[in-house]
Design a protein around this ligand. Structure first.
Ligand code: GLC
Length: 670
C-alpha cells in the first residue's frame, strides 16, 4: 500500500507518474513537523533494524550509522565522510518488523541522519516544508521495492549491444586513438562492443559539434567502426558554450532558453568550453529544443550518448571570479607576512562550490525560482530532454543513454554511471554495495568506471574489478587524463583480460534476460542477501555478496593480494569457477560458510541448487554471440526450468510472448 502526504506547496517533479490521491491526517510511520522553519521527519529504529536505499550514496548496503545529503555535487573524492554525490535518490527502506519504504519527493537539499547523531533515531529534514512524502508498506522488502518501482514507472531499457564491454578514456582525441584501441582489442581477442568519445571529439567542447579538423568525415569514421563491430558513444555536456555564431548558443539566447542571473540576463558559468550558458531543462520547450539536437549526431550514425556535467558542474561564475579577483588584489597589495594565504586558498577552492546555485534562476510559467530550490532536478531533466526526443526521433529503436547526475524519475529515460571514482580497492567494494541500492531506485542500467577513473590502476585491481564488472549492465572501463593507461591490452598477459571479459559474453543470455525481466516486472537485478533470506540472521548482515536475478549469487574478491575469500551460502549452491583454459570448475557446496580460492584470471560465481544457468560460447561482440546453442549448467536434483528472455536487442516489442523461452534440465541419471 502506498500513502501519499502533501506538505506546503510541493514542486511537481514528475518522479511519480502514477496518480495517487493524497491521504489526510498524520503518516502511519514516524513523526512529521512541517512549518516555516522547515520539514522534519523522525522515526525511532529498533536495535538491529537495517535501513536500505538512497541509490547513489556512499558507505555500505545498510545505510545505518551514517549521514547523507541529497544535493547533487560534482564530487571528485568519494571518501567515506563525503555526504553528497552526483545524484539524489530520496528513497529509504526500513527493514523492521513491517518493511516500510519512504520517498521524499523534494528537489532541493535534503538531509538524512540514519542513526548517526542518535543511534536509534532516523531524521530526514529540509529547509522548506514543501514536498510529498510517500509511505509504502508491504509484505517484504522485495514487495515494498516492487510497489515503489511500479509507482515511479518502468526503468529505461538499453539496447543489448550496450551490455557489451566498452573502453573509454578521457583524452582520446583523433581517429587514430580510437583505431589503436580497437586494433589492440581485436588483436588480443579481448571482446569489445563500444568505445566512448569524451569531450575531445568536439570542436572546442561545443555540444553537438564534431571537430572537423580531426574528424573531416565523421559519418565515414562511425561506419568504419561499425564495420569492426564497434559502437562509438559520444559525451554531451549540460552547459552550452557562450559564443556568438554557434547555433546552439544563438538559438538559446534568441528564445530565452537559458537560466538567468539576478538581473534577468543569461547566467554565465565556466565549464570545459570556458564561459557557458545553462539550458533551463525544467521548461518543456527547452527540453524539446535541446533533445532534438541529438539528431545531429544520430544522423551521422551514432546510437548512444552519455550526458555529463549536469549537476550542473560549475568551475566558477563571473560573480565568484570578480569577488576572487578583488580578494587577490587585496592579497597582493599587502606585505607577504600580512597576506592571508589560507583565505585566498579557500576562496579559490570555493569558486566551484555550492553557493553558485544561489546565483541563477529558472523561469517557469512566469515565476522565477532560484536554482538552489530545484537543484536536484537539473540532470534528471537533461536526461529527460534526450529521452523524450529519442521517442520522437527513433520511436521504435532503443538508443543508449546514461547520465552522471540524476533524481528518481530520470530512471525512466536513461541509466546512470556513478561518476568520478578512483582506482582504489575500497571503490571496488563501493561499486558492489551501490548497485542494489541503485536498483531499488529504478536505476538498472548502471555501473561504475571499471578500474577507477582517477588515480593509477594496478593490473590486479583492474582484473578483480572486471571480474565484478562483468555482472553490471553497464560495463565500461573509463579513466581520467594523466592517469596510468587503463586499456586491458596495456598490461601483461592480455589473455587473462580476454578470459575474464569473455565470461561476460558467455553469461550474457542470462544477464540480459534477467536485466530485461527486472525492468519489465519492476524488480531488482541485484539484491542484498537480506532481501531473499530475511529470516537468516547471517545473510542479513552480508555486505559483499549479491543475489543476481533468478538463480545466481556473486561474491567478488575485492581485497588486494587475496587469493580467494570467505563466502556465506544461505542455501546449498553450486560453486562455479570459469578457468582461464575455458573449462569450468563445478563444486556443490552446502549452506554455510566456505573459503573459496579465485586466482586473478578466474571468475567465481554461485548457482542456487535446482536453478539453471544458460551459457553461450565465447564471442568478441554481442552481435557475434550464438544464442541458439546454450550450455545449461546447474546442480540439479529434480527437473528444473528457467524462463529465458530473448529478443533482437534493439526494438521495443517487449511484451511479445515469443521472447520467452523455457529451458529445462533433468537431473543426471545415477
Ligand atoms: C567528468 C566526467 C568524466 C569525464 C570528464 C571529462 O569528470 O565525470 O567521466 O571523463 O568529465 O569529460
Amino acid at each position: 500500500m502506498i500513502q501519499k502526504y502533501k506538505y506546503g506547496i510541493p514542486f511537481e517533479t514528475d518522479a511519480v507518474p502514477q496518480s495517487i490521491p493524497c491521504a489526510q491526517g498524520t503518516p502511519s510511520c514516524g513523526t512529521v513537523t512541517a512549518d516555516e522553519s522547515g520539514f522534519r521527519f523522525t522515526c525511532r529504529m529498533s536495535d538491529n533494524e537495517a535501513v536500505y536505499g538512497l541509490g547513489e550514496a556512499l558507505r555500505g548496503i545498510n545505510k545505518r550509522g551514517g549521514r547523507y545529503v541529497s544535493f547533487n555535487t560534482d564530487q571528485l573524492f568519494h571518501m567515506e565522510d563525503v555526504l553528497s554525490l552526483y545524484a539524489s535518490h530520496n528513497f529509504l527502506l526500513l527493514a523492521g518488523e513491517c518493511p516500510t519504504g519512504l520517498f521524499f519527493d523534494y528537489p532541493g537539499g535534503l538531509e538524512f541522519d540514519i542513526g548517526f547523531t542518535q543511534q536509534d533515531m532516523l531524521t530526514v529534514s529540509c529547509k522548506h516544508a514543501d514536498l510529498y512524502l510517500y509511505i509504502i508498506t508491504g509484505s517484504s522488502l522485495t514487495d515494498v521495492v516492487k510497489q515503489f518501482r511500479h509507482a515511479i514507472g518502468r526503468s529505461y531499457i538499453a539496447p543489448k549491444w550496450a551490455m557489451g564491454y566498452a573502453q573509454s578514456r578521457w583524452g582520446y582525441a583523433v581517429p587514430q586513438d580510437f583505431r589503436e584501441v580497437v586494433d589492440h582489442y581485436r588483436k588480443h581477442h579481448i571482446p569489445l562492443d563500444a568505445v566512448y568519445m569524451d569531450i575531445d571529439y568536439m570542436e572546442r567542447f561545443k555540444d553537438f559539434t564534431v571537430n572537423q579538423e580531426t574528424f573531416p568525415d565523421f559519418p565515414a569514421f562511425v561506419s568504419e567502426m561499425q564495420e569492426r563491430g564497434i559502437h562509438l558513444v559520444p559525451i554531451i555536456d549540460a552547459a552550452v558554450k557562450a559564443e556568438a555564431g554557434y547555433p546552439v548558443c544563438d538559438e538559446g539566447l534568441e528564445n530565452d532558453f537559458f537560466c538567468t542571473d539576478e538581473q534577468g540576463k543569461p547566467f554565465e558559468a565556466a565549464v570545459w568550453p570556458g564561459l557557458t550558458y545553462l539550458p533551463d531543462f525544467l521548461k518543456p520547450e527547452v527540453r524539446q529544443w535541446f533533445g532534438e539536437k541529438y539528431h545531429i549526431l544520430i544522423d551521422q550514425g551514432i546510437e548512444g550518448f552519455w550526458n555529463d556535467m549536469n549537476e550542473p558542474a560549475i568551475f566558477y561564475t563571473m560573480q565568484g571570479m570578480e569577488e576572487f579577483r578583488k580578494e587577490m588584489q587585496d592579497f597582493l597589495s599587502r606585505p607577504a607576512e600580512e597576506a592571508d594565504w589560507f583565505r585566498v586558498r579557500s576562496l579559490s577552492s570555493g569558486l566551484c562550490g555550492n553557493s553558485n546555485y544561489q546565483q541563477f534562476y529558472h523561469n517557469l510559467n512566469g515565476e522565477r525560482i532560484c536554482h538552489e530550490q530545484l537543484h536536484n532536478l537539473y540532470g534528471y531533466n537533461m536526461t529527460r530532454a534526450a529521452g523524450e526526443a529519442f521517442e520522437q526521433l527513433c520511436p521504435d529503436k532503443r538508443l543508449l543513454l546514461f547520465s552522471r547526475s540524476s533524481y528518481i524519475g530520470s530512471h525512466r529515460f536513461g541509466g546512470i554511471w556513478t561518476g568520478d571514482n578512483a582506482s582504489w580497492w575500497p571503490h571496488l567494494l563501493l561499486n558492489i554495495q551501490m548497485m542494489p541500492s541503485l536498483n531499488m531506485c529504478g536505476y538498472l542500467f548502471s555501473g561504475a568506471d571499471i578500474g577507477g577513473f582517477g588515480a593509477d590502476v594496478s593490473r590486479d585491481l583492474l582484473l578483480r574489478w572486471l571480474a565484478f564488472g562483468i555482472f553490471t549492465p553497464l560495463m565500461r572501463n573509463h579513466s581520467a587524463k594523466d592517469t596510468r593507461r587503463q586499456e586491458c591490452f596495456r598490461f601483461e598477459h592480455p589473455e587473462d583480460f580476454a578470459h575474464v571479459i569473455g565470461v561476460r559474453y558467455r553469461l550474457l543470455p542470462y544477464l540480459y534476460s534477467e536485466y530485461i525481466k527486472a525492468a519489465l516486472n519492476d524488480e531488482m537485478y541485484f539484491r542484498p542477501l537480506a532481501f531473499d533470506y530475511p529470516e537468516d540472521a547471517a545473510a542479513r548482515e552480508v555486505e559483499d555478496q549479491l543475489m543476481l536475478g533468478d538463480g545466481l549469487m556473486i561474491a567478488p574478491v575485492y581485497l588486494q593480494n587475496a587469493s580467494g575469500r570467505c563466502v556465506y551460502l544461505p542455501e546449498d549452491m553450486l560453486f562455479v569457477k570459469f578457468l582461464p583454459d575455458g573449462t569450468l570448475h563445478q563444486e556443490p557446496l552446502s549452506k554455510g560458510l566456505h573459503r573459496i580460492s579465485a586466482a586473478l584470471n578466474e571468475v567465481p560465481l554461485f548457482i542456487k541448487k535446482n536453478h539453471i544457468l544458460p551459457l553461450a560460447a565465447f564471442a568478441e561482440t554481442v552481435a557475434a554471440l550464438d544464442e541458439t546453442h546454450l550450455e545449461l549448467i546447474g546442480w540439479i536434483t529434480e527437473p528444473t526450468s528457467y524462463t529465458l528472455y530473448q529478443d533482437d536487442g534493439l526494438t521495443k516489442d517487449y511484451s511479445n510472448p515469443q521472447h520467452y523461452l523455457t529451458l529445462t534440465k533433468e537431473p543426471a541419471k545415477p
